[in-house]
Write a new protein. Structure first.
Length: 166
């Protein structure tokens, strides 16, 4: 069996652009890409704003399905904190992980990164890193409250990914 293709000529809707206009035109995709790019210091400021918002909620109670401002579950705290920094994130952990394209390894974690555990069933925000030691703020579970914890060997074993939303 022989495959054939039909080629149809393109018909211009108007006059062709002049050579001068063609050299001055900037592709739309390039403009959009440049508008979205931020410097590392701008990105760090965004992360710091989210962390500041999260720290203000230390001590607030954990409540399943709560997204603030007086109670939180883990993904609700992340969403609320980053919204205060101007970053829109989905509501649940798995969607938050999927929505952020910039994935980060355990060794490259930085303040503001989102860390996921238990197959993306729990999330927190990295607050500090000193060498191999890492801390996060999170809303842990029922009967608890928003708090900062050091990531121990158990957390490292249950680590299932990290993203950088800023």
């Amino acid at each position: 069996m022989i495959a054939t293709a039909v080629v149809t000529p393109l018909v211009a809707a108007g006059p062709a652009p002049s050579a001068e206009a063609a050299t001055k035109a900037v592709p739309v995709a390039k403009v959009v890409k440049q508008a979205k790019q931020k410097s590392w210091s701008q990105r760090q400021k965004t992360a710091q704003k989210a962390l500041t918002a999260a720290y203000k909620k230390k001590g607030k109670p954990y409540r399943y399905g709560a997204a603030g401002p007086n109670a939180f579950d883990c993904s609700g705290l992340v969403q609320w904190s980053y919204r205060k920094a101007g970053v829109k994130l989905p509501r649940v952990t798995t969607a938050q992980y999927r929505a952020v394209k910039n994935k980060v390894s355990w060794k490259k974690l930085a303040p503001g990164d989102l860390v996921f555990f238990h197959g993306k069933g729990h999330v927190g925000i990295v607050t500090k890193r000193q060498g191999s030691k890492v801390w996060m703020i999170h809303a842990p579970n029922s009967g608890s409250h928003v708090k900062v914890v050091k990531l121990n060997s158990y957390r490292k074993k249950t680590f299932s990914g990290a993203v950088r939303p800023y």
